[in-house]
Design a protein around this ligand. Structure first.
Ligand SMILES: [Zn+2]
Length: 211
């Protein structure tokens, strides 16, 4: 059984890691983990610089957005996080990144071509069209997307991932950015992309859920 202390620790750890990797920007992006009570979640605060987040900066909120613990205001995207957990009640971690290369891939609406195993595992990533950040409409669209995949592009904005643990969600966010980077490099080289054989795409896709 996880504790609230562990939930806070992993949110702080992942937030600072993702900032160091450039997947979160100075104030863009947000990270959450569910509380063991099954009702509330721990989330990064609104507007705060993401490079040095501490446990005391986090906010614990209820499903209606009301605060249980914490001094600061929760991220304006808190509804989007609850949307992820509503879609996938067995998941305990979610993060919204502004990872630049994957965000750009979403802007051009490019699906992942099957160039490597990660690209096959990530090809079910849903493209959610532009909807005002922080709105209930965006949260509803993300909830719908997360019923089909554990990650989505938020077009003209960023990305969202969810996982059984916050570490899993963070790994998926990293894989999205790294795979988008390989696609970008291929396009910069300008040659024709060699794709995995269809047979292998099907075989790999069938084990994607376990990755
Ligand atoms: Zn954002």
């Amino acid at each position: 059984m996880r504790t609230d202390k562990e939930a806070k620790e992993i949110v702080v750890q992942v937030t600072n890691e993702m900032f160091s990797l450039g997947l979160l920007t100075a104030t863009g992006g947000n990270v959450s983990s569910t509380s063991p009570d099954g009702e509330t979640l721990w989330i990064t605060p609104s507007r705060l610089y993401k490079g040095n987040v501490k446990e005391e900066d986090l906010v614990r909120i209820r499903r209606d957005g009301s605060k249980v613990e914490g001094e600061r205001d929760p991220s304006v995207e808190w509804q989007m996080h609850f949307g992820c957990y509503t879609a996938r009640p067995d998941m305990t971690g979610a993060l919204h990144t502004h990872a630049p290369i994957a965000t750009a891939m979403g802007i051009v609406g490019l699906p992942f071509p099957p160039i490597n195993t990660d690209a096959v595992f990530l090809r079910d990533t849903v493209l959610v069209p532009w909807i005002m950040p922080g709105s209930k409409e965006l949260a509803d669209a993300v909830e719908e997307a997360m019923r089909k995949s554990r990650g989505c592009f938020l077009q003209n904005h960023g990305l969202m991932t969810v996982g059984k643990t916050l570490r899993d969600a963070a790994s998926r966010a990293m894989n999205l950015e790294e795979t988008a980077k390989v696609v970008l490099y291929c396009k910069q080289f300008g040659g024709e992309m060699t794709l995995l054989p269809d047979e292998w795409v099907d075989r790999l896709a069938s084990i994607a859920e376990f990755i």
